[in-house]
Design a protein around this ligand. Structure first.
Ligand code: GEK
Ligand code: PPY
Length: 258
């Protein structure tokens, strides 16, 4: 059996990644952040250096799937980017154990995710669809993952998406929701954000990179509180949800459908 390396990210993705230097030089006008070709080229490096716990969450998603998925069930990875969630599941589960659909709005992401799956796990039934998770026709599934994706939707669109996902889940199904979060308490939040910036500095980002990225993400990545996430899951119908992971202002929740 493959050894469990909780903080591992597929080498396949890292090998083809450039170092993220997008905000390293002064920009006259910092454009809004978008998932274009420039971001795709350095995305594995960017996400690993800017999302605390990213590798650990991926490793654990395979463990959660192994525990909660009925044999042969369908999985959705929404906002799949380069397919890290599918790779993590394929690394722990046999091809017969599940089928997976990755959905992403960015054509550049979708194209590279398809190539990666074809090369890395040709025997697993994994497809990647270019589409908007707000207007997608979901089939019945056993597990749905939103790994740092809901945060990029307009807050007014979030309830409807979570409601649709609740409807798509089979009884016993699980939704895993990983998000950048904000703390309701101002002092607590300030401490988390300061330490998050320290985390980025420790990972080699400069003051300029940190501040320009912050500007680029304004009105693009809008974090909710953990309380707001749990309340939304409850409103959508989930009888139970819990926070299973938090590292600074990044967290992952799991919601269960009876
Ligand atoms: N409406 C939308 N419909 C579909 N995709 C969307 C939408 N809005 C944004 N996206 C897509 O959501 C992804 C968010 S990244 C996810 C990381 C991945 N899950 C990972 O585990 O590596 C998170 C981050 O960069 O912080 C991008 O690929 C967008 O194109
Ligand atoms: O870098 C940041 O400031 C973040 O909040 C995380 C992130 C990671 C990758 C794309 C967008 C945001």
């Amino acid at each position: 059996m493959t050894p469990f390396r909780p903080d591992s990210i597929s080498n396949a993705m890292n090998d083809a990644s450039y170092r993220d230097a997008i905000f390293s030089t002064p920009l006259d006008r910092v454009a809004s952040f978008s998932f274009d070709e420039q971001v795709v080229a350095c995305f594995p490096d960017m996400i690993r250096r800017s999302v605390p716990g990213y590798g650990q969450i991926l490793g654990m998603l395979g463990v959660i799937a192994a525990r909660h998925l009925r044999h042969g069930a369908h999985v959705y990875d929404l906002g799949c980017s380069l397919g890290a969630v599918g790779l993590a599941l394929a690394g722990r589960l046999s091809p017969e154990a599940f089928t997976l659909t990755g959905v992403d709005l960015s054509p550049a992401m979708v194209e590279r995710a398809r190539t990666t799956f074809a090369q890395e796990c040709p025997h697993h039934a994994i497809e990647v669809v270019e589409g908007d998770i707000r207007h997608f026709n979901y089939r019945a599934s056993g597990m749905i993952v939103l790994n740092f994706t809901l945060q990029f939707l307009a807050p007014s669109d979030r309830d409807a998406v979570i409601e649709k996902l609740y409807e798509a889940l089979e009884p016993g199904g699980v939704l895993v929701l990983s998000e950048k979060i904000v703390a309701a308490d101002e002092e607590e939040n300030a401490w988390l954000v300061e330490r998050y910036h320290d985390f980025k500095r420790a990972n080699g980002y400069s003051e300029l990179e940190i501040s320009q990225k912050r500007t680029a993400l304004e009105n693009v990545l809008i974090p909710d509180t953990l309380e707001a996430h749990h309340a939304r899951l409850a409103r959508a119908g989930f009888p139970r949800s819990q926070t299973w992971f938090q590292y600074l202002n990044f967290a992952s929740l799991i919601a269960f459908k009876n």
